[in-house]
Ligand binder design. Structure first.
Ligand SMILES: [Zn+2]
Length: 254
């Protein structure tokens, strides 16, 4: 009787551990952390794409301005040539040409300023792209690490669950069917089926039980239940005759 009850207690511990491990397993699977990292990476990638497109546009804009600048420089050269080419007849003409050169010169300066502005924008953009790309890489590495951790964790949990399931099946095979049915019913109703009696205290509900219950539990001739929590009670110190048998039990209090 006592042996069977101890088996029930072991079964309860194994099943409870399996339950906890399965819960951990679920938690690892549905962790929001990696999902958030994926979302962050996606957002950063979109940001990088947008900035790279802007960089391309700036580069094209710069080239257009450059062509314009060159054509203005050519224009200036031509006008300057006319100034020194001996075709100027009087002061008025000379003033006109000089005015024209000044006009072109102003345009060239404007052009150059505009190109400088574009270059500054390019530099700023380049810097931002580098920054965002670095953050992207960091998050990517963090994600890889997290995924590796999760995979290792899941493998470890699965291994433990598998091992405990074997233990559980072995225990159930050794327990009488009517006891198993009673045990399963108690687990279904209370979540716990078996509790240690420590002195005169039910370990599960921490309530002091009457003396006749303590005696009944220690004699272990019949099943005795805690009147408060309904658990089947087992004593650490049975009143059985010494049989010389040693029983291996785990001393885990619930
Ligand atoms: Zn109790």
């Amino acid at each position: 009787m006592r042996e069977q009850m101890l088996l029930l207690k072991e079964l309860q511990e194994a099943e409870s551990l399996i339950g906890n491990l399965e819960k951990d397993h679920q938690d690892v699977l549905r962790t929001d952390e990696t999902r958030q990292l994926f979302a962050d990476m996606h957002a950063l990638q979109k940001n990088i794409d947008r900035m790279e497109k802007a960089r391309e546009e700036l580069s094209m804009q710069y080239k257009r301005e450059e062509i314009l600048l060159m054509s203005r420089q050519t224009q200036r050269q031509q006008v300057e040539n006319s100034l020194y080419g001996g075709t100027v007849h009087n002061n008025k003409e000379m003033m006109q040409i000089q005015g024209r050169i000044q006009q072109i010169q102003d345009q060239i300066e404007k052009q150059e300023n505009s190109m400088m502005g574009i270059m500054e924008n390019q530099e700023t953009l380049e810097q931002k792209i580098t920054e965002v790309a670095e953050r992207y890489t960091q998050i990517q590495q963090g994600l890889k690490l997290k995924e590796r951790e999760n995979t290792a964790h899941i493998l470890e949990l699965s291994k433990q669950i598998k091992a405990l399931t074997v233990v559980k099946s072995n225990l159930r095979e050794r327990i009488r069917l009517d006891l198993l049915a009673m045990y399963d019913e108690l687990i279904r109703k209370n979540g716990t089926a078996v509790s240690w009696l420590q002195g005169d205290i039910c370990v599960k509900c921490r309530v002091v039980v009457p003396g006749y219950v303590v005696r009944g539990v220690r004699e272990a001739k019949a099943f005795v239940y805690c009147e408060t929590c309904g658990c089947l009670l087992i004593s650490h110190t049975p009143l059985e005759k010494k049989t010389g048998k040693t029983k291996r039990t785990k001393n885990i209090n619930l």
